[in-house]
Design a protein around this ligand. Structure first.
Ligand code: RP5
Length: 155
């Protein structure tokens, strides 16, 4: 299944591109779109309502400021939605709180501020539940990551 990678503005791409790169490393198809809960609410609604039919397994949504994109998308689909709060005028605290503080009933799996890479890795974990090949790649990634720390030295 493919991943939908959406963000509120082209200005988010500098951060969100890390998610696209990580998904590519795992061989996951990712479709990137710019859409905004505030500036293009009709597009966001249309995207969320048709996401399952369009073959998406997970949606990653990055936004900054009064960051409602992930929550708005999650309200209109049952596909897992991962939110990435983008650093903003208030250092990302506004984005973080806007994304993470979802009222009970509509969950958004919120990552750290600018946590685009972890959003991709979390999407991989979700998709790996029903894809053994992907699960093996994720195990391999973790092993390599561990080894890198074990091999690290200070010059
Ligand atoms: C949000 O406003 C976007 O997600 C972006 O993080 C922020 C600023 O957008 P621009 O003014 O740079 O387009 O909607």
């Amino acid at each position: 299944m493919k991943v939908g990678l959406i963000m509120g503005s082209t200005s988010d791409w500098g951060i969100m591109s890390a998610a696209a790169e990580t998904l590519e490393e795992f061989g996951i198809t990712c479709e990137t779109r710019i859409m905004s809960a505030h500036r293009t609410p009709d597009l966001a609604a249309d995207y969320a309502k048709n996401a399952k039919a369009n073959g998406f397994g997970v949606i990653i949504a990055g936004a900054g400021g009064a960051a409602h994109l992930a929550g708005v998308i999650a309200a209109m689909t049952t596909i897992p939605v991962i939110g990435v709060p983008i650093k903003s005028k208030l250092n990302g605290l506004d984005s973080l709180l806007s994304t993470v503080q979802m009222p009970s009933g509509i969950p958004v799996a919120t990552m750290a501020i600018d946590g685009a890479k972890n959003a991709a890795l979390y999407a991989v974990s979700i998709l790996a539940l029903s894809d053994e090949g992907l699960a093996r790649k994720l195990d391999e990634f973790r092993k390599k990551q561990t080894q890198k720390v074990l091999d690290a030295t200070i010059q």
